[in-house]
Design a protein around this ligand. Structure first.
Ligand SMILES: [Zn+2]
Length: 154
């Protein structure tokens, strides 16, 4: 593993931790002594997403991460909570019977997870993601927010 600061080839592992399907290693460069972190990921069989129009494309967890991050913007949600959410959703998808997954299934999983995490993030995601499979829960959350929110109301 090359040092990202000085491109020296010799780095040592100072800490190693397994988080879900991921191994996180803290490394130190033996030359410039700077520290950095690397992640090793288990590689699975490819998953495919079937979109509403029937087209098929490889599942991309980066896309999932970005859409969740967007929904969580400026909300009190840490990056590690977002990572955890992405990992949980991905793990669920990998445990499905098929390697082909409908995009609506992914959307619903994201909504389920965001709902537990933060109601604003949940509503943001749900309003972008128009194919509500979870409409009742969506309405319930908005209802709860209305009742709970006391300031800023006319
Ligand atoms: Zn270095």
């Amino acid at each position: 593993m090359k040092c990202p600061y000085c491109v020296n080839e010799d780095t040592k592992v100072v800490d190693s931790r397994q988080v879900e399907a991921q191994i996180r290693r803290r490394r130190e460069c033996e030359k410039c002594e700077k520290r950095f972190t690397t992640f090793e990921r288990v590689e699975y069989a490819e998953l495919y997403v079937i979109k509403k129009n029937g087209s098929r494309q490889p599942f991309n967890s980066e896309k999932l991460r970005l859409s969740i991050r967007k929904a969580c913007e400026k909300r009190p949600i840490s990056l590690s909570q977002i990572e955890e959410t992405v990992d949980q959703i991905e793990a669920k998808l990998r445990n499905e019977d098929s390697i082909e997954i409908k995009s609506s299934r992914i959307g619903n999983l994201v909504m389920q997870n965001l709902r537990k995490l933060d109601s604003i993030a949940y509503i943001r995601f749900a309003s972008v993601y128009k194919d509500f499979g979870d409409l009742a829960a969506f309405e319930e959350t908005i209802d709860k927010l209305r009742k709970g929110g006391s300031d800023g109301r006319k």
